[in-house]
Design a protein around this ligand. Sequence first.
Ligand SMILES: [Zn+2]
Length: 367
Amino acid sequence: MKLQFASVPKGLNAIMDVLRAEEDRIQKDRKIKSGGAKVHADEEWTAYRKLEKAFLDAHPEFRTPPPIKIRPKVPLRLVALGGSGEVGRSCYLLELGKHRILVDCGIKPGSSVDLHPDIDRLNQLDALVLTHAHTDHVGWVPALVRRFGKFDIYCSEGTAALLPVMLQDCRQHYIRKLAIRQEQARYISNAEVVEDAYDDADMHAVPNLAITCRFGETEVFPFGDASIRFYRAGHILGASSVLIEDQSGRRIFFSGDFSSFPQLTVPAASWPEDLGEIDLLVLESTYGSREHHKPLEDSRGDLVSFIRQTLETREGSVILASFGLGRAQELLKMLVMARQDGLLPSVPINVDGMIKQINPIYRKHAD
Ligand SMILES: [Zn+2]
């Protein structure tokens, strides 16, 4: 059977218009007609489908795109188990549908009462994400191992490399605090029994749970319907911002600790220019209210000239106290560069403590 047209349409759009009009007419006939007329309409429909297919195969741009499937977004909830309204013990529980993802689990150095996040509120853990290896972001992970056994820890390669040293430091800090609390409890009647929340075995198990992720690559969680992507956050070696997405379209961005300017040992944060729509943004703001009046270069210059004066005019030594991870490496690089540039005399630089263990990790993983 052949379809007959009253006139030959000119141009592709006109052909498409005629085809659509014919489709409507034939479909109407198939619905309302009966007997021989219905049989004729069905034959017309078969011929029409062939003609339409031939046209669309030749001109696929006229195909109607399939309707976009819009799924309802899964419920989303964020609970700060620590690190909200305070500096330290960062720990955020992301409830994404039926999944429970924890972002960071640190301690609060210097505090014995609020030393760690409230992980007792956690009754399910599907994955842990670590933004970086500072103690206030990783220090309580061994207690999670004690509570949940095995679980996946997602972090950058730099963070994974730093974990053993940093957890050892956290352990020593915790043991000191624990001893103080246990000693205090001896003098209080009916005092709460203070027990070790984790042991060395829990601590040593942590690095083996790490799944290392590269910046800019997407890793799908083992539960299948959500993924994570790491972005460079500056700050210290391995520091990451993370984007967590699920298949319902939920998108959550954690900045983690970040620096928007390059430092001597790590480049600046690099977030994608077009991050797309975000349902929830968790933004680090520790120094958000502080104005930096002096450019970093000037502060470095002041420190170098102070050290030079002390060494040359007073013939003294200089002791610089610094956090072991991040700032220590920045200071060391600054001193070495100043020495190379002749801004400092060629005196030996000695380091102590865990800086000695962290420096080789920086050298190995720096880009
Ligand atoms: Zn940090």
